[in-house]
Design a protein around this ligand. Structure first.
Ligand code: 6PG
Length: 232
C-alpha cells in the first residue's frame, strides 16, 4: 500500500494545493494526447477545491472532460445532485468551457436501461483519467462503495465502467464507476477533512475486511499510489 500524505493547516491551503496538483495532471494529459479527463466526487468536502480549480485559466478547458466518480440517482434540480454541485462550483469561470459527462440518466431507477445509458455516456470520457479525486464517508465508503451495498462486490471486482448500487447508508440509489475504472488514472487523490475522518482513515488502514470499510479496497491496491490531501 502506498500513501503519500499531504497535510495542510487550512481548508484554503488544501484547496489551492490540490488544484495545483490536478491542474498539472490535466496539463500533462493535454500535452500528451490533446485532451484530458477528470473524475470528481460529490458530497460537501470538494466545494472549495472546485471553486479554486474552476477559476484557473492555465488549463485548456475546452479539451477537458469532467465526470463524477459516483452520483446519487436524482435529477439535477435536487440539492443532492452531484452534477449540480459540479456545475455550480467547478464548471464556472474558465472551467465552464469543459465538457461534462453526467452519470444520472433520468430513468426512475438506475435500472438496466438507465445503467446502459450511463455506460454509453461515459464511453465519451477519455481513458485513462488524468486525475480521480475520491472522498470518504465516516462509515468507510468511498465513491459509492458502501458497506452493505447490494452490488458492492460487482463495484469492487467488475470492469464496469459503471454499476448501480443501493445501500442502507446511501440515501437514494446510486451509480458508481467501478474500482477497476477509477484506478485507470494518472493520479489518484483521497481528499478528506477533519479529525473524525482522520480517525476513520486510521481505522481503514488497519487490516480488516473490505466489506465493512470499502475504502480499504483503494488503500490496499498496488496499481496506483494514493495521494492523501487532509486538513483539520
Ligand atoms: C457522494 C460521494 C461520496 C463522498 C463521501 C464524502 O456522492 O456522496 O461522491 O463518496 O465523497 O460521502 O462526502 P462528504 O464530503 O459530504 O463528507
Amino acid at each position: 500500500m502506498t500513501i503519500e500524505r499531504n497535510v495542510f493547516s487550512t481548508k484554503d491551503k488544501l484547496a489551492q494545493a490540490l488544484a495545483d496538483a490536478v491542474a498539472e495532471n490535466l496539463n500533462a494529459g493535454l500535452d500528451e494526447r490533446g485532451e484530458a479527463s477528470l473524475a470528481v466526487s460529490g458530497g460537501s468536502t470538494p466545494k472549495r477545491f472546485f471553486q479554486v480549480l474552476g477559476a484557473r485559466d492555465d488549463i485548456d478547458w475546452e479539451n477537458v472532460t469532467v465526470t463524477l466518480v459516483d452520483e446519487r440517482w436524482v435529477d439535477e434540480s435536487s440539492d443532492r445532485s452531484n452534477a449540480r454541485l459540479v456545475k455550480e462550483n467547478l464548471l464556472t469561470g474558465s472551467a465552464a468551457a469543459a465538457k461534462f459527462v453526467p452519470l444520472y440518466a433520468g430513468t426512475e431507477e438506475p435500472d438496466a436501461s438507465g445503467i446502459a445509458q450511463a455506460n454509453g455516456a461515459v464511453a465519451q470520457v477519455p481513458v485513462p483519467f488524468d486525475a480521480v479525486i475520491l472522498g470518504m464517508g465516516n462509515d468507510g465508503h468511498t465513491a459509492s462503495f458502501f458497506p452493505g451495498g447490494d452490488a458492492l462486490e460487482e463495484a469492487l471486482n467488475a470492469e464496469g465502467p459503471v454499476v448501480a448500487i443501493r445501500a442502507p447508508g446511501a440515501g437514494e440509489p446510486r451509480v458508481t464507476f467501478t474500482l477497476a475504472r477509477l484506478l485507470q488514472t494518472r493520479a489518484l487523490y483521497l481528499h478528506i477533512e477533519g479529525e473524525e475522518k482522520a480517525q476513520v482513515l486510521d481505522k481503514a488502514l488497519e487490516t480488516g475486511p473490505v466489506e465493512t470499510m470499502p475504502v480499504r479496497a483503494v488503500l490496499s491496491q498496488s496499481h496506483i499510489p494514493v495521494s492523501l490531501y487532509w486538513c483539520p
